[in-house]
Ligand binder design. Structure first.
Ligand code: ADE
Length: 273
């Protein structure tokens, strides 16, 4: 996969040299190009922002440097088939970044990131490239960062670990919280390793039993308990067919009820506390 990132803080992307993403780069699985947006400015001060039309606080990123930068990046990769990148614009006003979107992006051969600082990029840039490229405006959560670079790091790590051969154990994404499949709407439960006793705390007996079926069931029960505690809304919107009899028993024990269609409802009045 090729990744291009255009930013006014290239040094912010240094973490892409480390750990999983750094190793994927060294192995040639990820071809990362970081560009300084100011390269495409033509004034003495390398200006990338200006005051907003209509007034208001803060500054807006000017369209001209972004236009030149994106044209140059796109042209640098246009092969004989005219391959076009997918443009990812991190913004708190974007669509939520989810595991499903990480999977979708991991299937693209080429991503270009346009992280903004200040109040964002002049809208015409997104409209212009939206006519030529698949553009995703993406938010990594309901909070406002000082810029999109940290979001680029988050998105890149979530996408890179899904690329073939990047994670040592390919099975390890199957049980991820939010991974599509049987565990789609469940958070991952607790995990343990050696030693078997630490500060007087043991590990759940079942994990030593060697009964794979019972261990899988215990893990699912724990996943349900954790989801109830931390993200009950994930269970409420889940497909009733995704829950088996045992799941329903665990949920009933936690005070959840079922409607006539088999959809589950959290207890009213805070029984889950
Ligand atoms: N830029 C600033 N805040 C952001 C957020 N929550 N997600 C993505 N990009 C951002």
């Amino acid at each position: 996969m090729r990744l291009d990132i255009v930013t006014i803080f290239p040094e912010y992307l240094e973490p892409l040299n480390v750990s999983l993403v750094g190793k994927a780069r060294l192995r040639g699985q990820l071809d990362v190009h970081i560009h300084d947006l100011r390269q495409w400015t033509h004034d003495r001060h390398n200006t990338v922002d200006d005051t907003p039309y209509g007034g208001g606080p803060g500054m807006v990123m000017k369209p001209e440097p972004w236009g030149e930068a994106l044209d140059a990046v796109i042209a640098s990769g246009a092969g004989p088939q005219g391959a076009r990148p997918t443009l990812v614009v991190p913004t708190p006003s974007g669509r939520p970044f989810t595991q499903a979107l990480a999977v979708e992006l991991s299937e693209r051969p080429w991503l270009v990131f346009a992280p903004a600082r200040y109040e964002g990029i002049d809208r015409r840039v997104i409209d212009e490239y939206g006519e030529r490229l698949d553009v995703h405006e993406v938010s990594i959560g309901d909070y406002v960062l000082a810029g999109g670079e940290a979001a680029v790091l988050v998105i890149t790590e979530a996408v890179a670990r899904l690329l073939p051969g990047v994670l040592g154990n390919a099975a390890s994404h199957q049980d991820d919280s939010f991974a599509p499949g049987a565990m789609e709407n469940l958070l991952e439960g607790p995990v343990y390793t050696k030693p078997p006793e630490w500060r007087g705390r043991g590990i759940p007996e079942i994990l030593l039993s060697g009964h794979h079926g019972r261990i899988a069931r215990w893990r699912r029960d724990e996943a349900i308990r954790r989801t109830v505690a931390n993200r009950p809304e994930l269970l409420e919107c889940c497909d009733p067919a995704a829950l088996d009899k045992h799941d329903r028993k665990i949920l009933a024990g936690l005070g959840w009820t079922e409607d006539p269609e088999g959809r589950i409802l959290r207890p009213q009045g805070g029984m889950e506390e």
